[in-house]
Ligand binder design. Structure first.
Ligand SMILES: Nc1ncnc2c1ncn2[C@@H]1O[C@H](COP(=O)(O)OS(=O)(=O)O)[C@@H](OP(=O)(O)O)[C@H]1O
Length: 335
């Protein structure tokens, strides 16, 4: 018998693929399947690619989640700045609750909690592992997050008056960020994915919640049709004029800054608290972990626009530009 210290460590939750229901198992066996970036496989469900554990969360939240009219949902493509916008939305919406803490920036919940713990993903946290979450402790407005494409959102999100803030990022930086992130999540003994191989899969749409272009286009069209429900944002624009965008988000959500708050410099306070520099240096984000096993530090890498230039060849750049042109330009969407 091995002693406890000789037992192999169980893999982090995001790599566990057994904890799924019979219903999900049957569904998986009927779906198109490709090699995964981190977990063994990705499955194509409702047109988008998911690892099995994630798909279980998708099914559970589609079946169980009941939206409320006052809910706020942050919807993003993976690696588009979700962590940043989670922090911003949390600080914005809860600013009356922590007024002095924003100013002193000492006791604010963002100092002790990773943004993913404050604004949980529906399918990756709350409904993961076929869990039925108790949401009674969430006070209005409830803040949730998801990477789901429009078609896969729980019906009640589509039907209720809740608001959606959508964030995406140019596909080149998105891919480079995703490549680094998924390589960090892979167990050491299986090694890293090559840039070329994963690039090809990204271009073919076979990536987490991919095809990237279908995701972005779906929400772009929805936001044009229903601008009061969906606010469409780009990481690059947020980086360029963060204060302007924070005011836009506040207005859209019905939490505009008052003249007094403007005078107090609250916009800059929130942006400072949620900046890459501040968040990435906090102890919780240097050494903490999410319940699902990802280390908090994996969500902070460089936080810049244009880092793709350090990784992609001219041919890769061309290929991504061509796909974007072909798929997005005729709809008036450019990166
Ligand atoms: N505060 C802040 N400001 C600006 N940018 C930030 C911030 N926090 C995280 N990041 C950068 O966002 C990238 C991670 O994307 P996500 O947070 O969307 O990841 S995830 O989808 O939630 O896994 C990743 O981008 P890259 O650095 O290009 O990899 C992070 O570094």
């Amino acid at each position: 018998m091995p002693t406890s210290h000789e037992l192999p460590l169980s893999p982090p939750k995001y790599l566990q693929e057994d904890d799924i229901t019979q219903e999900c198992r049957e569904l998986l066996s009927s779906l198109p399947k490709e090699k995964g970036w981190v977990a063994s496989h990705l499955y194509q469900y409702q047109g988008f690619w998911h690892p099995s554990r994630q798909l279980q969360g998708v099914l559970s939240c589609q079946q169980g989640f009941q939206a409320q009219d006052t809910d706020i949902h942050l919807v993003t493509t993976p690696k588009s700045g979700t962590t940043w916008l989670k922090a911003i939305l949390f600080a914005l919406v809860n600013r009356a609750q922590y007024p002095n803490d924003i100013t002193s920036q000492q006791q604010h919940p963002l100092h002790a909690n990773n943004p993913h713990d404050l604004v949980p993903f529906l399918e990756l946290k709350l409904y993961a592992d076929n869990h039925v979450p108790d949401l009674t402790s969430f006070t209005s407005p409830r803040l949730f997050s998801t990477h789901l494409p429009p078609l896969s959102l729980p019906e009640s999100i589509k039907c209720s008056a809740c608001k959606l803030v959508y964030l995406c990022r140019n596909p080149k930086d998105t891919f480079v960020s995703l490549w680094h992130f998924t390589n960090k999540l892979r167990p050491k003994d299986i090694g890293t994915n090559s840039l070329e191989d994963t690039f090809d899969r990204f271009c073919r749409g076979v990536s987490l919640y991919g095809p990237f272009w279908d995701h972005v286009l779906g929400y772009w069209k929805e936001s044009l049709e229903n601008p009061g429900k969906i606010l469409f944002l780009k990481y690059e624009e947020m980086k360029e004029k963060p204060d302007e965008h924070l005011r836009r988000i506040a207005q859209f959500l019905g939490y505009p800054f008052s003249p007094e708050e403007e005078k107090l410099g609250l916009v800059d306070e929130i942006l400072g608290l949620c900046s890459f520099d501040t968040l990435s240096k906090l102890e919780v984000n240097k050494s903490g972990k999410l319940l699902s096993g990802e280390e908090n530090k994996t969500f902070f890498r460089r936080g810049e626009v244009g880092d793709w230039k350090n990784f992609l060849s001219a041919e890769m750049e061309d290929r991504l530009d061509q796909i974007s042109e072909q798929k997005l330009h005729k709809f008036g969407l450019k990166f």
